[in-house]
Design a protein. Structure first.
Length: 335
């Protein structure tokens, strides 16, 4: 149990740097988990991918901290691609679920740097369906974190990132009939063509007949048809290393569909993270007792409006992470 008598303050926050390799790890996970993720937050597939990238990056930052400080933990139950709502990590044998939130407003980021205590009044949010699951253990740990980061959500910000030499990762999320076909029988021949001025490397990502992730790299010369060599049963996304200067098309006769992707339809899912602020923790059981329902559509510190119904508790109602780390050793010994 957490110690409700301990008052959380900003000095208890754990501030960790966010490095580019964390985004790289997040992208690998996001692309593989795309067919299995539940889009409870709504919004476009690109927004969902960026959330996944950020969340896995935050998780990696936390794991590295645990390793550096020899805090007992394991990742044997690490979230699999096929079941993204399982726990992320275990500390002292107790399942932990890291709830992370993106802060992308430059004004808000500057304000947080000067006054991190603002987060004490922020809402620690958990979707209602995650809390109401009875199979979850009340001793599970919920950890709440905020990631300050910049995103390229329009062409202007994307071009600025490119001009500054920043990395990008351009994705096109395939339509549902390609990503989740009604019949699992294999898509057969996938024919590709690029109406571009020069050749471009294209990555196809999806699932094979055994529903395992697979990808293939195809070099597309200008205005020349190429056929993918791998047999896909579902195609989740296409990836290019740069913005194409023309239309890229993919045709599948089995689906009877051709997808034409204009240059403006590619989206960058790279998350330009700066800092992760881990605020505090609480057991799932205590959160159930103390939290209140927050209807969808309400403004919070991290969202202009929530897209789903949540249980919520002010961050100041959490317990300091230093207490969790101090107890981890004893918990591990008593397992």
């Amino acid at each position: 149990m957490t110690d409700s008598a301990a008052m959380l303050t900003a000095s208890d926050f754990l501030n960790l740097p966010y490095t580019p390799d964390m985004t790289q790890a997040g992208i690998r996970y996001a692309c593989r988990s795309l067919p299995h993720t539940y889009n409870r937050m709504g919004g476009s597939p690109l927004k969902r991918l960026r959330r996944i990238v950020a969340g896995k990056g935050v998780e990696l930052a936390f794991k590295r901290y645990l390793n550096r400080n020899s805090i007992p933990h394991d990742v044997m139950g690490e979230t699999p691609f096929t079941d993204p709502d399982q726990y992320d990590i275990a500390i002292g044998g107790r399942h932990c679920d890291i709830k992370s939130f993106l802060i992308t407003s430059k004004k808000r980021i500057r304000s947080l740097r000067q006054h991190p205590e603002q987060l004490l009044a922020a809402q620690a949010l958990v979707p209602v369906d995650q809390i109401e699951r009875r199979q979850k253990n009340n001793n599970d740990i919920l950890i709440f974190a905020f990631l300050t980061a910049l995103l390229t959500t329009n062409r202007d910000t994307l071009q600025k990132a490119i001009d500054a030499g920043q990395p990008i990762h351009m994705i096109y999320a395939m339509p549902e009939k390609w990503a989740r076909p009604e019949k699992w029988q294999g898509l057969g021949e996938l024919v590709l063509k690029a109406n571009t001025s020069g050749e471009i490397k294209l990555e196809l990502g999806g699932q094979n007949r055994q529903r395992r992730f697979q990808s293939e790299q195809v070099i597309l010369p200008p205005k020349t048809r190429r056929t993918a060599q791998s047999e896909f049963s579902a195609l989740s996304y296409l990836h290019v290393p740069r913005i194409p200067d023309g239309t890229i098309g993919i045709h599948n006769s089995l689906l009877g569909d051709t997808v034409l992707i204009e240059p403006s339809e590619w989206g960058n899912i790279w998350v330009y993270g700066m800092e992760v602020i881990f605020t505090g923790y609480i057991t799932r059981g205590e959160f159930r007792q103390k939290a209140e329902r927050l209807p969808a559509g309400r403004p919070t510190f991290q969202y202009s409006r929530t897209r789903t119904e949540n249980f919520t508790l002010p961050v100041r109602g959490l317990s300091p992470l230093k207490e969790l780390f101090a107890r981890a050793g004893a918990w591990a010994e008593n397992r």
